[in-house]
Each structure stands twice: as structure tokens, then as C-alpha cells.
Design a protein around this ligand. Structure first.
Ligand SMILES: *Cc1c(COP(=O)(O)O)cnc(C)c1O
Length: 339
């Protein structure tokens, strides 16, 4: 039994999902002739109450396309210092769109509307990059799966409107936030100009993300996707997995959250753990104290076939997911308690 808690991306399709994949009716999606992809896109657009959606191979590509849709070269996007678009997309903002990031020093990957407003460069001050976009992430990845306060997101909408800025949500784990709060996809659709969601994380698909947005922006998205190399042919096989996941794998995210909280409680009780960050969804970030090295802790876990990941700055991360079963959970808790 291998317990892989490095990420919620390590899941494999279940036999039922594989059945949906095998039975998918497909066509050439570059010609927009794939019925499953078309169904997934219209379903997500309707779910969020937005005009259009477009299937992407990865969340990074969906975010990168969004940055391109909202900006011109030389301009600037406001985002948190922990943002995925800044830290984990290979420098794509500058490579693909020729833009820079104005980093906000937020808390757990989140910031306030006042923070954002103070980060806007005056548009007539031509010495500075022109601010054109605010991008937020929900839940936050590097911030430990934290959920934004929806009121703050509303205030940010007002700031974006007042200053004529685009407003993008990296919603790779928005599903996790949705099951923990009273908000619905439509609430998010009302606020944002573009939203990216992931199918290959908590929802358990082998691949796929979808960019959802307003028509004026989205009509150019298919061209950007083509330029980035993301036009795919009979990809309805993967979209059918997405449709299956929307039906079956959203509500169960609560189980992942429950397990994450239980792991957190055990970690807190261990002498070797200095700090466990608050656990709101499926991500657990914690720090070891000086009595043990990261290497020794990793080796102890590895000997028991337990795999976790380091996030830098002495922070370690575990992520619960669809393939992390009850028996793995019991095994992990029992072993941690014995440390
Ligand atoms: C995983 C993730 C993405 C996209 O990642 P891909 O691996 O490119 O699909 C984007 N944003 C956040 C916050 C993520 O956690």
C-alpha cells in the first residue's frame, strides 16, 4: 500500500470513470466537432452563469490564456506573492504575455481590496507599467487550501470596476471552496470576467481544465489556445471524464476535508511538529521543530510507503484526495501517533 499525499493530482481514474471515457462519443475538437467537449463547455458556462467556456489540457495553460486575454505586453497583473500564476507556471506571465506581476504581500495567499487598490499604478504615470488585471486564487495552493471571504472578493470586484481592470479567478480548487461555503458557481460567475477550474485535482480526472468567461474576452480564447499549442483533437475522451466528475466527485470533497482536519489534529499532538497551519479544505501545511531534520522525517515516512512534499522554507505539505482511502487514513494516523 503506497500512500501518496504529495498532491491531489496523483489520482487515477476509477473504473466507472474509465467506463464513461470508453463510451464517449468524440470528434475533432479543433473543428469544435467533439460532442463531449462541447457538452462539458456548455455545461460549465451554464453552471457559472457565464457566456462561454473552453477546454484546456492544463490549468497552467488556462490561466496563461486568461492573462493573455486581459493584458497587452508591458502591462502588469496584481496577484498575491503566493500565486500559482507567479510561482508555478514557469514564468509564463512574462514568457507568453510579456507582462509583470505586482506582488501583494498577503496572508495565506489572500489579500484585501485596499491592498489591491494601493498596488494599482496611476494610468497617466507612464513611467510605471500599466495595471490591467487583478488575479486571485481560491482555494489558495501555497496558502494551504485557504478559502477567500466572499465579501472581500466582492470588494475587489468594485476596485476592478472603478479602475477598469480585468478580474480573473484561478479556481483550480474552487470546488473545494464551494463545498465548504454557501457560495455557488453562479455567485462566482457574477463577479469575475474569467475563471479557470481544474478537473484533474480533487475531481479525479486524468487531465483537463476549463476557462469560463465573458463573451467579449472568450471569443479570442480559442486563438490563444491554438497559439499555446492547446488545440486537441478527439479530446472528448477526457471531457467525458470531466462530465462524469461534475456529476459524481464534487460533494465527496467534504470527505477529503474531514480527513485533512483529522490528520492536522494528530500532527498538532506530536512533539516534533512546531506548527500546523489552519486546515480549511484538503491541504495540510506544517513545520517540524528543530529536534528532527526534514530528511529524517521524510525517510521515516518513506519506509512506511508514505509520500509527502516539501514546499520550501521548512514547510511540508500533505494533500488528501479521491485515492486516499479510509484504510490508508487509519494506517497514517496510527503510524503518526506512534512517532
Ligand atoms: C494545480 C494548479 C493550477 C494548474 O496546474 P496544472 O498542473 O497546470 O493543471 C493552477 N492554479 C493552482 C492554484 C493550482 O493549484
Amino acid at each position: 500500500m503506497i500512500i501518496d499525499l504529495r498532491s491531489d493530482t496523483v489520482t487515477r481514474p476509477t473504473s466507472k470513470m474509465l467506463e464513461a471515457i470508453t463510451n464517449a462519443e468524440v470528434g475533432d475538437d479543433v473543428y469544435k466537432e467533439d460532442p463531449c467537449v462541447n457538452a462539458l463547455e456548455s455545461r460549465l458556462a451554464a453552471m457559472f452563469g457565464m457566456d462561454q467556456a473552453l477546454f484546456f489540457p492544463t490549468g497552467s495553460m488556462a490561466n496563461q490564456a486568461a492573462l493573455k486575454l486581459h493584458t497587452n505586453p508591458g502591462e502588469q497583473v496584481i496577484c498575491d506573492k503566493y500565486a500559482h500564476i507567479y510561482n508555478y507556471e514557469g514564468g509564463g506571465a512574462s514568457f507568453n504575455s510579456g507582462i509583470s506581476c505586482k506582488l501583494v504581500d498577503g496572508h495565506r495567499g489572500m489579500f484585501t481590496a485596499e491592498h489591491a487598490e494601493a498596488s494599482i499604478n496611476p494610468p497617466d504615470f507612464y513611467h510605471s507599467p500599466l495595471t490591467s488585471l487583478i488575479a486571485v486564487e481560491n482555494t489558495t495552493n501555497k496558502g494551504g487550501g485557504a478559502c477567500w471571504d466572499f465579501n472581500e472578493l466582492k470588494k475587489l470586484r468594485k476596485v476592478a470596476k472603478k479602475h477598469n481592470l480585468g478580474y480573473h479567478l484561478d479556481g483550480a480548487r474552487l470546488w473545494n471552496a464551494l463545498v465548504e461555503t454557501n457560495e455557488t458557481p453562479k455567485h462566482y460567475g457574477e463577479l469575475f470576467d474569467t475563471i479557470s477550474v481544474c478537473l484533474s485535482k480533487g475531481l479525479g480526472c486524468p487531465m483537463g481544465s476549463v476557462l469560463i468567461g465573458k463573451k467579449e474576452l472568450m471569443q479570442n480564447a480559442i486563438r490563444i489556445r491554438k497559439i499555446l499549442g492547446g488545440g486537441m483533437r478527439q479530446v472528448g475522451y477526457m471531457a467525458s471524464a470531466g462530465l462524469f466528475a461534475l456529476d459524481n466527485n464534487i460533494d465527496r470533497l467534504k470527505e477529503d476535508h474531514k480527513k485533512a482536519k483529522e490528520i492536522g489534529e494528530v500532527l498538532k499532538s506530536l512533539a516534533i511538529i512546531k506548527k500546523v497551519e489552519p486546515i480549511e479544505t484538503n491541504i495540510i501545511i506544517f513545520e517540524l521543530d528543530e529536534s528532527i531534520t526534514e530528511g529524517d522525517f521524510f525517510n521515516w515516512l518513506k519506509a512506511k510507503n508514505i509520500h509527502i512534499i516539501g514546499m520550501g522554507n521548512n514547510k511540508l505539505r500533505m494533500v488528501t484526495h479521491l485515492d486516499y482511502t479510509d484504510s490508508m487514513h487509519n494506517f497514517l494516523l496510527e503510524n503518526l501517533k506512534q512517532f
